[in-house]
Design a protein around this ligand. Structure first.
Ligand SMILES: Cc1cc2nc3c(=O)[nH]c(=O)nc-3n(C[C@H](O)[C@H](O)[C@H](O)COP(=O)(O)OP(=O)(O)OC[C@H]3O[C@@H](n4cnc5c(N)ncnc54)[C@H](O)[C@@H]3O)c2cc1C
Ligand code: SF4
Length: 325
């Protein structure tokens, strides 16, 4: 590893001052950043350790929303009473990720910003537009079994690896961001950017900004939610396909649905076409199949990842069967 300047900060203002220098990076749990530094994929000139910032609380708000500090650990979030009771989809998504040890370190902010597991991105011997803009994509036309069928471009087809972000996408979370000059709130549907011509730019977060917290809107009391993840082995593995579903029913009729997919797209993938195919229809096999077809419409297959289309459909159908049973 190359040398870098390290500082530990205790206030958001100090964190923002520390990140002002070009090439500086925050470190929270370090489970993405330090790995990538060891691989020479990330090469920050300075590390600003934010673990002492007072952003580690989970608080219910007067309007019924839930405020989650950026430094809340994935384990604490998954096991929090309010999350288990009101947002089971989020608790299940978090517990399906990584390992207990990793979840004890990983934070809410770091999880949102974790980077792709594309093997070519993580190996500096291969060209990669995300790591080195303009160098080419080693996955398109090569071995691309874990790659995206939705949201890709001719420059990048890497999947976003987070489970937590998929659940937050279905819930409709808001990301709270601060800079030295101001603060802003970005709905999660606007937070992630499709790769297009600039796969190296993954979110709307700008240099010099910090995520301070995330808020989750209250879900209707009759909403039921569920997260289902399909992967090559039962634990300690990223999704090949996953579905986060939130469904409100009136008897066997679906009143409203919020759907997001993971493992198949370049960003945590909200599926409005599937939501429309569900709303106002009976909770039955035909409706679920129609929703799954709608969610995967427009999928672009590559040589080794075509199986993901049917896998994602079956994952969504099984999640809908479970949540409406
Ligand atoms: C072996 C292994 C298996 C895994 N399996 C899964 C899995 O199955 N599912 C899954 O979802 N994840 C999985 N992960 C990924 C893991 O969830 C992430 O590494 C973790 O959530 C990142 O959080 P962190 O706090 O450690 O981030 P860090 O590594 O500290 O930071 C990640 C990035 O976010 C930036 N950052 C951190 N906090 C902030 C902030 N508040 N504001 C602005 N920028 C910030 C950092 O500068 C850095 O660029 C796995 C990881 C490993 C190593
Ligand atoms: S898919 Fe994206 S991350 Fe992977 S090699 Fe291509 S450009 Fe790089």
């Amino acid at each position: 590893m190359e040398s870098f300047h390290y500082s530990k900060v205790a206030t958001v203002n100090d964190a923002l001052a520390g990140i002002a220098s070009s090439g500086a990076k925050f470190v929270a749990g370090g489970t993405t950043l330090i790995d990538l530094m060891k691989l020479y994929v990330e090469r920050p000139t300075a590390i600003v350790d934010i673990n002492s910032l007072p952003l580690d609380r989970i608080e219910s708000q007067p309007d019924g929303s839930l405020k989650i500090g950026a430094l809340v650990r994935n384990s604490d979030l998954a096991h929090h009473d309010l999350v288990r009771k009101s947002y089971p989809v989020l608790s299940q998504a978090l517990l399906s990720g990584a390992s207990p040890q990793l979840r004890n370190m990983a934070t809410t902010g770091g999880n949102l910003l974790q980077r792709t597991r594309c093997y070519y991105f993580r190996d500096v011997n291969y060209p990669c537009n995300k790591r080195q803009p303009g160098s080419g994509c080693s996955a398109i036309g090569a071995y691309n079994r874990i790659h995206a069928v939705l949201g890709g471009s001719e420059n990048c087809i890497a999947t976003h690896p987070s489970d937590m972000a998929v659940a937050m996408m279905a819930i409709g979370a808001a990301i709270h961001i601060s800079s030295a000059k101001n603060s802003r709130i970005v709905p999660i549907v606007q937070f992630y950017l499709l790769p297009g011509d600039t796969p190296n730019i993954e979110t709307v977060l700008k240099p010099g900004e910090i995520i301070t917290h995330v808020t989750l809107p209250a879900l209707p009391s009759n909403a039921r939610s569920f997260y289902l993840k399909r992967r090559d082995r039962a634990s300690y593995e990223f999704a090949l396909a996953s579905a986060a579903v939130i469904v409100e029913t009136d008897g066997r009729k679906i009143h409203r649905a919020q759907i997001a997919l993971g493992g198949v797209a370049t960003i945590p993938w909200r599926a409005p076409a599937a939501e429309q195919a569900l709303a106002g229809h009976q909770a039955d096999e035909q409706t679920f199949r129609d929703a799954a077809d709608a969610a995967l419409r427009g999928a672009k297959l590559h040589k080794y990842n075509g199986f993901k289309v049917e896998l994602a459909k079956r994952t969504l159908i099984r999640a809908l069967q479970t949540v409406t049973a």
